[in-house]
Design a protein around this ligand. Structure first.
Ligand code: NAD
Length: 290
């Protein structure tokens, strides 16, 4: 059983660590918050304020550090500090550990930020002395521990085949579909697109609600019907081929027609306006697929 270290033991780190503990792994939680450490220790968990890899057996080191919003971008300060600290610990390592980026980070973070910091502070080489992987978390805060234990999708990325296999062996017992990528940036992109897609769908129906409310119509039965009638709703593969704008008669006609209707009602539809704009840009330029 590989040893597990959780660096950043908040919502995601605790769910990850507790899930792996239940699967009989040896788990150590790391956090910089004394309050958080007290809380973890009060539950009988092994919790420390720094990572010590001296003499540690082959381990997975999960980075579940916070990546809060600056208002316009990600604040990666904790990620930089945490990666530097893991790098310093790797300097004392005697085994080739796997560092796993599990937080939600902008694409390119694992190889563009974490890897150089690990190499700089450890004096070691990625791919030789340690390996790097991306394994974004999809859990929902409200059901974090249960979601970790019963994932519906596990995404694993690493340049190293062996690391992909080892991480899959660790996580496969929890069930769910496993998808592999070689480039960690693709796994990071998956997680960002996953959240943005969910946000876009919610905003779509909120925008429709503004129009239906103005017309005196109840949106709920309408949305529930469209959820079953629109191919984009029930067919996961509909509309996902990037670089392919919509065409034909109906979609261009009805998007513009509805914008005019909303305009007449005095309802702003920024999302539908953007939908039409994106399609125009891709149709008019050579940006789309040949
Ligand atoms: N909360 C969710 O539902 C959820 C779901 C999926 C993904 N995520 C992503 O997972 C990541 C972690 O989110 P979270 O909700 O668990 O955050 P959190 O704030 O609950 O936990 C982060 C923990 O990291 C600790 N920390 C900060 N700097 C540290 C450092 N240098 N070294 C060690 N520990 C440090 C903090 O004290 C805190 O306990 C984020 O990228 C987030 O976007 C969150």
């Amino acid at each position: 059983m590989p040893k597990i270290f959780i660096v950043g033991s908040g919502v995601v780190g605790t769910a990850t660590g507790k899930g792996l503990l239940r699967a009989d792994h040896d788990v150590t939680f790391i956090d910089v918050s004394a309050h958080r450490l007290d809380h973890l220790r009060s539950q009988g968990l092994d919790a420390h304020d720094s990572l010590d890899l001296k003499g540690a057996p082959d381990a997975f080191i999960f980075l579940t550090l916070p990546t809060p919003s600056t208002g316009h971008g990600y604040d990666l300060t904790a990620f930089q500090d945490g990666s530097a600290a893991v790098g310093r610990a790797l300097a004392d390592a005697t085994n080739p550990h796997v560092v796993v980026v599990r937080s939600t980070v902008p694409p390119g973070t694992a190889e563009g930020l974490v890897k150089p910091l690990l190499e700089k502070y450890s004096g070691r080489t990625s791919g030789e002395d340690f390996t790097l992987a991306s394994n974004p978390e999809f859990l929902r805060a409200a059901s974090a521990v249960e979601d970790f234990r019963h994932p519906w999708m596990t995404v694993i990325a690493s340049r190293s085949t062996r690391t992909r296999e080892r991480l899959a062996a660790l996580l496969a017992p929890f069930g769910g579909e496993i998808r592999f990528f070689t480039d960690p940036a693709e796994a990071e992109f998956v997680k960002c697109a996953h959240n943005i897609y969910n946000a876009t769908k919610i905003s779509f129906w909120n925008e429709m609600w503004l129009v239906s409310r103005t017309l005196g119509l109840d949106l709920d039965p309408i949305a529930q019907t469209v959820a079953r009638s629109a191919e984009a709703s029930y067919n996961p593969y509909y509309g996902i081929r990037g670089g392919s704008p919509y065409g034909g008669v109906c979609l261009p006609k009805d998007t513009r027609g509805f914008l005019a209707l909303a305009d007449g009602l005095g309802v702003d539809m920024p999302l539908l306006t953007a939908v039409v704009r994106v399609n125009e840009v891709l149709s008019a330029s050579r940006l789309g697929r040949p």
